[in-house]
Design a protein around this ligand. Structure first.
Ligand code: NAP
Length: 519
């Protein structure tokens, strides 16, 4: 069977003797093989620095924005093909697929628009300049210029499209070439998409590593930037690379997160907000079979509401059809691999001492063999004693599993949320803005994003788990400490801020050439 080649040094190259199969997680059929051999990436990085960086830095922001728009158009034209690949390689339902593929296209378009707005400049100057001498002849400003190296992107398996293009959009708009390493288990889609797009890109702008990532970080140089998305365990390995410890290479980490969703004390059983909250939790549990870094894992509700919430959630989850995503009625497909299936069951077992199972879906997937497919039924757990429970705040179960946790008062809710030691996102559903403000203030330092849902947006909000290109993505502490997207803010990673001091006329000239913006 074919082994998917890498795209390095401007050409497709086969890599290594060690290979592994990509398998359809619904049917168990082998689809294609990938290389698992470690590759010397230094020549590819040197090629990208020389050719890709020169080409992208030779373009202004508007031209780079146009390049992103062209990529988006090329991807949008083949949506059906990508949907089919995700179904086969990941067991994704139509809804799961839309999040990954539309998410990528919309993010590329959004950054294309930012490029158009930044216009014909190639550097950014911050608003405001200071006079630095008594005579008033010298001024100081702050400029941002792109790093001269390569953006090395190491992605997780769960968003093979959005994870790839969201990062590429920001790096390309910044003028920085990319070497991307997709998560192995779902790398077929990344491979197909890169093959589709490479013909319209400048030479060296995009390289694709279809092999092991071992040694990749060690090969980085000081003007390179690494953006990693994946588990806390891998993040620790990358952090200990000599390139990071002593080599001065920037490393942005998006890692595990035990995100919370909180029902306010003010919400009653018959309030519409109660139903919206339960809809959101059920959706968060099921979508992408729970393989979403932003999924709401911890469901915090007032102690008196634990019974009502559990009952309402169990009723919703009981209606979820699990099985072969080729059947249009299916909402919960398999998880990506046998390995993930085993890890999820181990995670559930680890929570057994602290929780009781309030709901477990049927182990009879439609149109599929449960012995062959990697199915995990939806699980709703309830924490027995929130004062003593520990593992519910530590174990990230990357599957369709949520835990309901009772809290006493808003201070207790905030304290429990913070026990996740830093998360990507927390949502609060409440119509009490005074209490809401207090909770938001108490938890914001521990999160990269907070969503507050009151009646005004309850029927039509963006959602707990959806990452928008306008908003910061990333979280402190356990979530890795990284930041991505967030409009222009995302470009900070790929730029150097320099305090520029000089004559009034020199700074005026610079200011006329640069785009004025705040990163
Ligand atoms: P993972 O096992 O940590 O792998 C992530 C990536 O790192 C993969 O491309 C992997 O390659 C690569 N990798 C592993 N060891 C490496 C090494 N020594 N050097 C360089 N690269 C290396 O994570 P995963 O299982 O793919 O993804 C699930 C995890 O990602 C979950 O914990 C989830 O919370 C997290 N995640 C976080 C975010 C976020 O934005 N915060 C988003 C999505 C997922 P191989 O695949 O070839 O092993």
């Amino acid at each position: 069977m074919d082994v998917l080649p890498s795209f390095l040094c401007g050409r497709w190259v086969n890599g290594g003797d060690q290979t592994a199969p990509l398998v359809d997680p619904t049917t168990g059929d082998e689809i294609v093989r990938i290389s698992t051999t470690a590759v010397d990436t230094q020549p590819a990085l040197a090629y990208a620095r020389k050719h890709g960086s020169a080409a992208l830095r030779g373009m202004n922001f508007a031209q780079r924005g146009q390049l992103l728009a062209n990529i988006a158009a090329r991807l949008a034209a083949r949506r059906d093909a990508w949907n089919r690949t995700l179904l086969v390689n990941m067991g994704a339902t139509a809804r799961d697929t839309a999040m990954d593929i539309e998410g990528a296209i919309q993010t590329l378009r959004y950054y294309a628009g930012l490029g158009a707005a930044l216009g014909a400049a190639t550097m950014v100057i911050e608003p405001g300049q200071d006079i630095l001498t008594r005579a008033g002849n010298e001024k100081g400003a702050h400029i941002w210029t792109p790093v001269g190296g390569v953006a090395i992107h190491i992605n997780a398996f769960n968003f093979p499209s959005w994870g790839l293009w969201g990062k590429v959009a920001v790096a390309f708009l910044s003028g920085v070439p990319v070497l991307t390493k997709p998560g192995a288990a779902t790398s077929l889609l990344a491979w197909e998409m890169v093959r589709e797009v490479v013909p319209i890109l400048p030479d060296g702008a995009l390289s694709l590593l279809m092999a092991s990532g071992r040694g990749l970080v060690d090969a980085a140089e000081p003007q390179d930037v690494i953006a990693f998305t994946g588990s806390d365990a891998t993040a620790r390995t990358l952090r200990s690379s000599p390139a990071i410890l002593g080599g001065g290479v920037r490393l942005n980490i998006e890692a595990d997160s035990l995100n919370s969703i909180v029902l306010g004390l003010d919400v009653r059983r018959d309030d519409p907000l109660f139903d919206r909250f339960c809809d959101e939790v059920a959706q968060e549990t099921v979508i992408k079979s729970g393989q979403k870094c932003t999924a709401a894992r911890r469901v915090l509700v007032p102690e008196a509401m634990v019974g009502s919430v559990t009952e309402a959630l169990a009723a919703r989850l009981a209606n979820v059809v699990t099985g072969n995503p080729r059947n249009a009625a299916v909402e919960l497909g398999p998880v990506v691999s046998r390995q993930q299936q085993v890890a999820i069951h181990q995670g559930i077992a680890a929570l057994e001492e602290e929780t009781v199972a309030a709901f477990v879906g049927l182990d009879t997937p439609v149109d599929a063999d449960p012995q062959v497919g990697c199915f995990v039924p939806a699980h709703l757990l309830v924490c027995q004693d929130s004062r003593t429970a520990r593992r519910i705040h530590e174990e990230e179960i990357f599957g369709p599993v949520a835990t309901v946790i009772g809290y006493r008062d808003p201070a207790d809710a905030a304290a429990l949320v913070r026990r996740g030691r830093g998360s990507l996102i927390a949502s609060v559903f409440s119509d009490d803005s005074a209490q809401g403000r207090k909770i938001v203030e108490a938890i914001a330092p521990w999160h990269g994003r907070v969503l507050f849902v009151d009646e005004a947006i309850a029927a039509d909000h963006t959602g707990h788990g959806l990452v928008l290109p306008q908003s910061n993505h990333g979280g402190p502490g356990r979530a890795g400490g990284g930041e991505e997207l967030g409009g222009l803010r995302g470009m900070r990673l790929y730029h150097q801020r320099t305090a520029l001091q000089g004559s009034v006329s020199f700074l005026r000239d610079i200011g006329e050439q640069a785009a004025e913006a705040t990163f």
